[in-house]
Design a protein around this ligand. Structure first.
Ligand SMILES: Cc1cc2nc3c(=O)[nH]c(=O)nc-3n(C[C@H](O)[C@H](O)[C@H](O)COP(=O)(O)OP(=O)(O)OC[C@H]3O[C@@H](n4cnc5c(N)ncnc54)[C@H](O)[C@@H]3O)c2cc1C
Length: 405
């Protein structure tokens, strides 16, 4: 219904890759290895950086087409689909929107060759309250010096391109706002920026092949030419930061949708195969209604995500509308967690074991109401839009630190 010719072609490519990725999905989970062979296939198929405009070597694909690809791949391999999100949305989308010509060409080259950029916002003391980040970028002539720690950074140690958000200070240490910086690290090819290190990899519940890491910056030097978003006050800088995140939210919601759709397919098949009480369990109305609720949730999620993918926020920037994206991500991720859990239930003990992919999908899908803005924070956004009020979440208002503007 929403498809055009390109969408059909993208879906066909993604389906073919999903079939190829499915047999090894459990291996990445169990070994905690990054799926480099899949990245090579995604790169060859042009799906890494498909949203990058043609003038920088990409295909200028729409977010809608990207969502179709993400969903198809997520049905088979959550890890691979998450890579597609980050190679097309989030950090790379921010660079394509805000970057200089040189920055765009540089970033496009890396992503089109298979890099999944890392976006570095969260810190130990600054999760949902991202503006409370403590990482600083102090002006020093024609460069900035970064100090601080980020954690839960997806892809630390495998990503080459990093978009790092920090509190910018002038040469006297006076605050200027939140800015964003591009840092290139590629130790395997001799690019080792001094003062940039991956200090820890967390063990996670799901998506175990993706490194979730702590990064530390100790007098990390970033030349002016790698400043992506110059500081423009704390409110403005934060708003830009969140605007750039909207595409990522739609992508993350779509991964969850794909996992749910995959689980729904498994459950549908199994209900016809499995017999108890001398009949296929598909004949039990209790399960039929569960399956119907799952089907309805998946369809509604897809419609909301596609609406968000096609939306555009104010100001002409190429990002989905914030509230539409927040609404869709929240609904799709909460629905997906329930759908995958119900699919596992339909499999009974078999779903709980490793011979079926349900237990992995159940673990994989859990993160999506946390990463990229928690469900609670996104509901606050939706409620604020409905009520027409913006409620500061801090007790004493938005700007807390001396000198915040
Ligand atoms: C798998 C994974 C990957 C991630 N990848 C990245 C990444 O690549 N880059 C990056 O920068 N970050 C990343 N994150 C971090 C993610 O963005 C944060 O986890 C998220 O913003 C929430 O922060 P927090 O975990 O510190 O929770 P907190 O902010 O400490 O929240 C704790 C609880 O309180 C609730 N809460 C907080 N404030 C409010 C409020 N005002 N109203 C109602 N409820 C509230 C939250 O919803 C949550 O339930 C990732 C996280 C995960 C799990």
């Amino acid at each position: 219904m929403l498809d055009n010719k390109d969408t059909h072609a993208y879906r066909a490519i993604a389906r073919e890759l999903a079939a190829k990725f499915a047999p090894r999905a459990a291996e990445w989970d169990q070994t905690r290895n990054y799926c480099w062979p899949n990245v090579a296939d995604l790169t060859d198929a042009g799906l890494m950086g498909m949203t990058i405009p043609k003038r920088y070597g990409g295909q200028g694909a729409s977010y809608l087409d990207t969502c179709v690809v993400i969903e198809e791949i997520a049905r088979a391999c959550t890890l691979s689909s998450r890579i597609v999100v980050e190679a097309n949305m989030g950090g790379i989308a921010a660079i394509m929107a805000y970057g200089t010509e040189d920055q765009k060409a540089f970033a496009a080259d890396l992503v089109l060759k298979g890099d999944k950029p890392a976006i570095c916002i969260t810190e130990p003391e600054a999760g949902s309250a991202a503006t409370e980040m403590r990482t600083t970028a102090r002006r020093d002539g024609n460069r900035y010096i970064l100090n601080g720690t980020k954690h839960w950074i997806t892809g630390g140690g495998i990503s080459k391109l990093h978009v790092i958000f920090a509190r910018v200070e002038n040469e006297d240490g006076a605050p200027e706002g939140i800015g964003a910086f591009i840092v290139h690290s590629d130790p395997a090819n001799g690019v080792r920026p001094a003062g940039f290190s991956v200090t820890e990899r967390r063990r996670t519940l799901g998506l175990c092949g993706m490194p979730e890491t702590e990064l530390r910056f100790e007098d990390l030097i970033v030349e002016d030419k790698f400043v992506l978003l110059p500081p423009s006050g704390f409110k403005r800088g934060f708003a830009d930061l969140m605007t750039a995140y909207n595409s990522q939210r739609v992508g993350a919601g779509t991964v969850a949708l794909g996992v749910a759709a995959g689980a729904l397919d498994h459950a549908t098949r199994y209900m016809k195969e499995r017999h108890q009480f001398g009949r296929p369990i598909a004949e039990f109305q209790g399960l039929q209604w569960m399956l119907a609720d799952m089907d309805i949730g998946v369809h509604a999620s897809r419609l909301m995500l596609h609406e968000a993918a096609r939306s555009q926020g104010p100001g002409g920037l190429p990002f989905p509308d914030m509230v539409t994206a927040a609404r869709a991500k929240t609904f799709a991720t909460e629905t997906a967690i329930k759908v995958v859990s119900d699919a596992l239930q339909i499999f009974g003990a078999r779903g709980y074991g490793e011979q079926e992919p349900l237990e992995r999908m159940y673990r994989d899908v859990r993160m999506f109401t946390i990463g990229g803005g928690t469900a609670q924070i996104l509901k606050t956004l939706v409620a604020g839009s409905r009520l027409g009020i913006k409620t500061p979440q801090t007790r004493d208002g938005y700007a807390r630190r001396a000198g915040d503007v």
